[in-house]
Design a protein around this ligand. Structure first.
Ligand code: BG6
Length: 475
């Protein structure tokens, strides 16, 4: 982003100004943009929340998260606070008095407020673009199932055009996620074998060591499937599986991603496994069982782990299973995509076991990079083979810096680039695919226990074993 131009000036109105997201991610990202000279001089920030506070107090609260930062020092005088109830039309009149010209409304609130805030903004004329752009950034989760996502899309799109709504998925702000497109469409080598003739299967993993922590209230009502799959994991799936767009235009890319998501066959409950962590040890930390965490119901049926097998019905992918898994309280933090290629048609070289197939691993986090596993001859008179790997590490080639991932996303909202945001059809496509599993799990059954600090429940392993495959080890 170093060659990027300064974004147009705007008032950034953040609903949920005192919340975690604002403190930990949004304001530090804005400070980074400011330091890099990417925010226009007359950019202002208006924090809205229902607490009693004022400009100075808001700056004080934020200070703790971005202190000693040159960008933040420059931004501080532009920070203002407005006390307001998100449901009260009077709050929006107060906002309208302060906002002229370009404005971005960032909904860093509980999801229950998304629709109401957009309605109130619309009623107050704040989405009217006659004096400048008016854009709304909506956090996740966007709906809790297909019907609620459709209803929310309908509600917001009655107040403005699709080009005014930026449905955020912070995975798309990660450099290595954006690099998937460059790896695929900037390198002829990969694209040539990127299909069901050469690829055996794909694994998409987002494993976390963190447990539910202080988020029990949100998480117990949500679960791993809703929290991670139709949004984050499906965005990775779309990046890996989409057809080449016919230009780098945001709509061309979003259309290809939406087409891929629409081609995912609704997932049969027998192609899904769910787990819930039990007490265990992660590193040197002892972790209580999920049901004993604070704000979690003792008889909760919420899953903290999910594994799925997906069929993508396109010419490119029919016959290639995509296995997805994500969970909390696991043995390692590991977000990666493994593309496993088919075995060679004839095994020319004797081995006790089969030659290991080529495997391309796109490591999203931590230790971002790409590695390719292949087979080489062992030195010596005998024709013996051994698995080896070629490794590219981002950190060896580039200065990664300390970015939150929100810099690019916020900058893109200001310049009006929707490439990295989810369109209505992508969101609904994700929910449509997982809906049969949501329904089946709501009706009956329980997640299978797995020890905190392990690799997940046995039923997730069985999902692959039944296809004579195995998960790539978490590391
Ligand atoms: C969030 C989920 O969207 O993504 C969290 O709500 C999860 O439960 C987080 O921990 C993972 O994001 P990251 O960037 O830490 O991989």
């Amino acid at each position: 982003m170093s060659d990027a131009e300064t974004a147009p000036p705007a008032t950034l109105v953040i609903f949920g100004a005192l919340g975690d997201l604002t403190k930990r991610l949004l304001v530090p990202a804005l400070a980074n943009l400011q330091r890099e000279g990417l925010l226009a001089d007359d950019t202002t920030l208006l924090g809205v929340s229902y607490h009693d506070s004022d400009d100075a107090q808001l700056v004080d609260v934020l200070d703790e998260f971005v202190e000693n930062d040159a960008g933040w020092d420059a931004l501080k005088p532009k920070v203002h606070y407005l006390k307001g109830d998100f449901t009260d039309p009077a709050a929006y009149q107060a906002i309208a008095d302060k906002v002229k010209g370009n404005a971005v409304f960032y909904l860093a609130t509980a999801p229950g407020f998304f629709g109401t805030i957009v309605d109130r903004l619309g009623e107050a004329g704040l989405l009217d673009q006659k004096d400048g752009f008016r854009r709304v950034v909506i956090e996740k989760p966007f709906g809790t199932d297909l019907a609620s996502a459709q209803a929310l899309n309908k509600q917001i799109l009655a107040r403005g055009g699709e080009d005014q709504f930026y449905r955020i998925d912070h995975f798309l702000g990660k450099e290595t996620v954006q690099n998937i497109m460059v790896a695929r469409f900037g390198n002829a080598l990969l694209e040539a074998v990127w299909n069901n003739r050469y690829v055996d299967h794909v694994q998409i993993t987002a494993a976390e060591t963190v447990t539910v922590g202080t988020r029990g209230k949100f998480y117990d009502a949500t679960g791993a499937l809703r929290d991670m799959v139709p949004n984050h994991l499906f965005q990775l799936l779309a990046m890996i599986g989409m057809e080449p767009p016919n230009s780098s235009d945001a709509e061309a890319i979003r259309t290809e991603k939406a087409k891929l998501i629409a081609a995912v066959r609704p997932i049969a409950p027998e192609d899904a496994a769910r787990g819930r962590y039990q007490a265990g040890t992660i590193g040197d930390e002892t972790v209580p069982a999920y049901r004993e965490e604070s704000d979690v119901a003792p008889d909760s049926r919420t899953e903290t782990y999910v594994a799925l097998k997906l069929a993508v019905e396109t010419w490119r992918w029919t016959g290639v299973p995509f296995y997805l898994r994500t969970g909390k309280g696991l043995t390692a933090r590991d977000t990666e995509i493994v593309v496993q290629f088919r075995e060679v048609p004839v095994a020319l070289f004797p081995r006790d076991d089969a030659l290991p197939p080529n495997r391309l691993v796109l490591q999203i986090q931590p230790q971002e990079g790409i590695s390719l596993a292949f087979v080489a001859k062992k030195p010596g008179p005998l024709m013996e083979t051994a698995p080896v790997s070629m490794d590219f590490r981002y950190a060896d080639a580039f200065e990664m810096g300390h970015r939150t991932g929100y810099e690019t996303l916020l900058y893109d909202v200001l310049i009006g680039d929707q490439t990295l945001f989810q369109r209505a059809d992508q969101i609904e496509g994700g929910w449509r695919a997982v809906q049969p599993v949501l329904d089946a799990w709501a009706a009956e059954g329980e997640p299978e226990g797995y020890a905190a600090g392990s690799a997940g429940p046995a039923s997730a392993d069985a999902l692959l074993e039944r296809d004579a495959r195995a998960w790539h080890a978490l590391s």
